[in-house]
Design a protein around this ligand. Structure first.
Ligand SMILES: [Zn+2]
Length: 372
């Protein structure tokens, strides 16, 4: 684990010069390129010294349309904004004037743009059901249905999905090369004779391996998330991730009243304990590796605390839980952290004022690993 703490900075050195030398040697430069100066150097210094490489928020389109998220992200010391929810929805936004302004502002503020997408219904349009039912999933009762997802052993389905993933990537490029095409939100996978021997996590990974391979034909440096969440929270057992698949872990069934490290805590009687959730995280980190692993959290997700129904409720914010959770993730080697900010939009600000985005950003930026 590469720990960078303030205590490792020699006092006798001029801080700025030292920071620059760390960055320059890491980048293979002997002196500062003339194009990097002032604020850019400041930004580079922060990114170089922060343990968390991705410090992000994932926002819905209405939030992106009604608030200046690039400015907010910059002010909070964040690195990345992920647009959410579906490819068609986000594509419409990005192609609009507001979307183009958003991209320009992100560029001006040096904020990375990713797209975190529940994608299957867009990647395999449901109309294909009339043409070829076998592209779609089989229920446990043996019926083909176009409700969610697909049959991952259908060659024509996988071809269409891959083609559309590449097309959407052209409209929605990721400035980090990290792509996020998730299965339909928590929805079941296929029970056909070929698929049923695989878990939902294995089926998702079969598909992700195909999508990544297609993306790489156009974007050689592309990588793709495997989302561990609800029905895919357990690691796959049979399918191995291709090089470029990284873990994205979203612990939606936890409670935010207690830190994750409280292993006995749980949301309610129907929910897993934090101990069980952490065991899933550890098993997934073993399976997919830690280096590029990302956590998608809900500390700032107004939609979750509003039960995904407007009017939005005020965000509960428990700083101790958040800071403890950063330790939980950081000590496991997770260096990419994002949190939903869905429902934080102009309406929310009018009603409740500013959410604690500065606390979120500061916590991430100032994190250093503590020996527990
Ligand atoms: Zn199938």
């Amino acid at each position: 684990m590469n720990k960078t703490t303030n205590s490792s900075i020699p006092n006798s050195f001029n801080r700025r010069k030292w920071l620059q030398s760390v960055f320059l040697s890491a980048m293979g430069f002997s002196r500062l390129p003339s194009t990097l100066a002032g604020e850019e150097v400041e930004s580079v210094e922060k990114q170089t010294l922060s343990y968390f490489r991705t410090r992000g928020v994932v926002a819905d389109v209405y939030g992106l349309e009604t608030l200046d998220w690039p400015q907010r992200a910059r002010d909070a010391g964040l690195t990345t904004i992920g647009a959410h929810v579906t490819p068609s929805q986000v594509a419409r936004f990005i192609q609009s004037e507001a979307g183009q302004t958003f991209l320009a502002n992100c560029k001006n503020h040096n904020i990375q743009v990713e797209h975190e997408l529940h994608a299957m219904s867009d990647l395999l349009p449901r109309e294909y059901y009339i043409k070829d039912k076998t592209m779609f999933r089989m229920t446990k009762d043996g019926e083909r249905t176009a409700d969610y997802n697909c049959c991952v052993h259908s060659k024509p389905a996988v071809e269409i999905i891959c083609e559309n993933a590449v097309q959407y990537a052209a409209i929605l490029p990721s400035t980090t090369g990290r792509y996020f095409y998730w299965i339909d939100d928590g929805m079941p996978m296929c029970y056909c004779p070929q698929c049923r021997i695989y878990s939902d996590s294995d089926q998702a990974l079969i598909l992700e391996n195909h999508i990544l391979s297609a993306l790489k034909t156009r974007i050689p440096y592309a990588s793709l998330a495997h989302l561990a969440y609800l029905n895919t929270i357990m690691p796959p057992q049979q399918v191995k991730p291709e090089n470029g698949i990284f873990l994205e872990f979203a612990p939606i069934r936890r409670t935010w009243d207690h830190p994750l490290q409280n292993r006995d805590a749980r949301k309610d009687d129907q929910s897993p304990t934090h101990g069980q959730i952490l065991d899933c995280l550890d098993a997934n980190l073993e399976y997919f590796g830690r280096e590029h692993a990302q956590v998608l959290e809900y500390w700032t997700d107004v939609s979750l605390f509003s039960h995904w129904k407007k009017p939005a409720k005020r965000l509960p914010w428990t700083e101790e839980v958040f800071l403890s959770d950063l330790q939980t993730y950081g000590k496991r080697g997770v260096r990419h952290i994002t949190s939903f900010v869905v429902y934080i939009d102009a309406d929310y600000i009018r009603q409740y004022g500013e959410p604690p985005l500065d606390r979120y950003g500061r916590g991430l930026l100032n994190y250093h690993f503590k020996t527990m």
